[in-house]
Ligand binder design. Structure first.
Ligand code: GLN
Length: 187
């Protein structure tokens, strides 16, 4: 199993380490041609969504990436990656990739709660650690989207077919539950 990790910006190495612990091979995607390498799944990491999208656009990676996702490639977006996939952000039609039927709120926890940790249930599994860093949450999961985790009444993990997103950063914990879930989505 091979997973490409978008490595334009943000927390990508941590995802590679988690996946490698689970026996999955990974490689970094830094440009258009690396998108053509064979892969069983792709990770869109956390970071800053506007910056990441700008680089994607400058590198002419937006359309090929959308095509791959629409074509069914298992895709895991964390935090900024969630925002890249959401059809709507902050009430507006997103100008990012817009492949997933969710509405997200950016920097949703405000300044005071900008970063925090929680422990909760992920896909029915108790005691999963959640790390939030200037995180979004999902305001609305539309039809066909399965909710996988709720923290403080807000949706923080969801899946629609081949697309899986978390508002938190499982790669910044030593718990492999969430990455295992993604690995199970691979071919
Ligand atoms: N606040 C960031 C954004 O708007 C996301 C933060 C993160 O990925 N940790 O893209």
């Amino acid at each position: 199993m091979v997973v490409g990790v978008l490595a334009l910006q943000g927390a990508f190495i941590e995802h590679q380490k988690m996946l490698e612990k689970l026996g999955v091979e990974t490689f970094q995607i830094r440009n258009r041609s690396q998108l053509d390498k064979p892969m069983d799944g792709i990770v869109l990491p956390g970071g800053e969504s506007t910056t990441m999208f700008r680089i994607l656009r400058d590198q002419l990676m937006v359309e090929p990436l959308k095509k791959m996702i629409h074509g069914g490639l298992p895709t895991f977006g964390t935090c900024a990656g969630l925002l890249l996939l959401a059809k709507q952000v902050d009430n507006y039609k997103s100008d990012y990739l817009q492949t997933m039927d969710i509405e997200a709120k950016k920097n949703a926890y405000g300044r005071q709660l900008g970063s925090f940790k929680a422990i909760g249930e992920f896909n029915g599994q108790d005691n999963t650690p959640f790390v939030f860093i200037r995180a979004p949450y999902i305001v609305e999961a539309k039809e066909g989207v399965e909710v996988l985790a709720i923290v403080n009444g807000k949706i923080v993990a969801a899946r629609q077919n081949n697309q899986f997103v978390t508002a938190f950063h499982p790669e910044l914990t030593d718990d492999l539950t969430v990455h295992k879930y993604f690995v199970d989505m691979l071919g």
